[in-house]
Write a protein that binds this ligand. Structure first.
Ligand code: ADP
Ligand code: 5GP
Length: 210
């Protein structure tokens, strides 16, 4: 059973470009969540700061971490490896700090299956439409049309995992989406009433996948 003194774990996943990194940063800044810093074998983007956005490592170092069983979860995403090391997460949770994870559905599944003794809330973020997703990816990864195409193709597969999450939230207006997530987390912690419409989400997913 989770203890009231422990922190909680909140996972945000989404198809690439839907806005989870932006939302994770907002939740961390405004609500004091600790962001779990992942390890990855991907090369840093221009805007990224090593040891803040990710621990950037080579394949050899990543394999060493796997062999030492340091990961609570890890997965291959877009031809690179990504993983979350266990010790900093557990240390923070035991100190009563809430921890946010920006990880994909494979990592979310692995953490869920571990059934750790900490409260876990999972969110899947969706874009308002495929056109808007394309625009956001194009703006972010401006120099690399191939990356945008690859991620738009992956969208069709990634979106199917919405069903395995506690809540699905549409990131249209950023502030509204942030508040929605924050209110759902508060409702979960305080067992309050939730402003959540599963039928609306189901029909939005149908629109995105038709
Ligand atoms: P993800 O982490 O899901 O891949 P990002 O957080 O990197 O996505 O967001 C993709 C791009 O879309 C970024 O350039 C970000 O600034 C922008 N973005 C995120 N949310 C919104 C929003 N609600 N409205 C407009 N632009 C957004
Ligand atoms: P990006 O390369 O755009 O930063 O991330 C690509 C994908 O990898 C995103 O879906 C992101 O959530 C996911 N990701 C980032 N860190 C981890 C991690 O530690 N584990 C897993 N399983 N996925 C991660």
């Amino acid at each position: 059973m989770p203890s009231v003194n422990d922190g909680i774990m909140v996972i945000l996943s989404s198809p690439s470009g839907a806005g989870k990194t932006t939302l994770v940063n907002l939740l961390s800044k405004k609500d004091n969540f600790i962001i779990s810093i992942s390890h990855t074998t991907r090369k840093p983007r221009q805007s990224e700061i090593p040891n803040k956005d990710y621990y950037f490592v080579n394949d050899q170092e990543f394999k060493r971490l796997i062999n030492n069983q340091e990961f609570i979860e890890y997965a291959k995403v877009f031809n690179n490896y990504y993983g979350t090391t266990r010790t900093p997460i557990i240390d923070n949770l035991n100190k009563g700090k809430n921890v946010l994870f920006d990880i994909d559905w494979q990592g979310a599944d692995q953490i869920k299956n571990k059934k750790l003794d900490y409260k876990l809330i999972t969110f899947f973020i969706l874009p308002p439409s495929k056109e808007i997703l394309f625009d956001r990816l194009s703006n972010r990864d401006m120099k690399d049309k191939l990356i945008v195409e690859e991620r738009m193709q992956q969208f069709e597969r990634d979106v199917l995992h919405w069903i395995n999450y506690d809540y699905v939230v549409i990131n249209d207006d950023l502030e509204k989406c942030y508040l929605k997530i924050k209110n759902l987390i508060n409702a979960e912690i305080n067992q309050g009433s939730k402003d959540y419409d599963p039928d609306y989400i189901r029909s939005h997913v149908e629109k995105l996948t038709s």
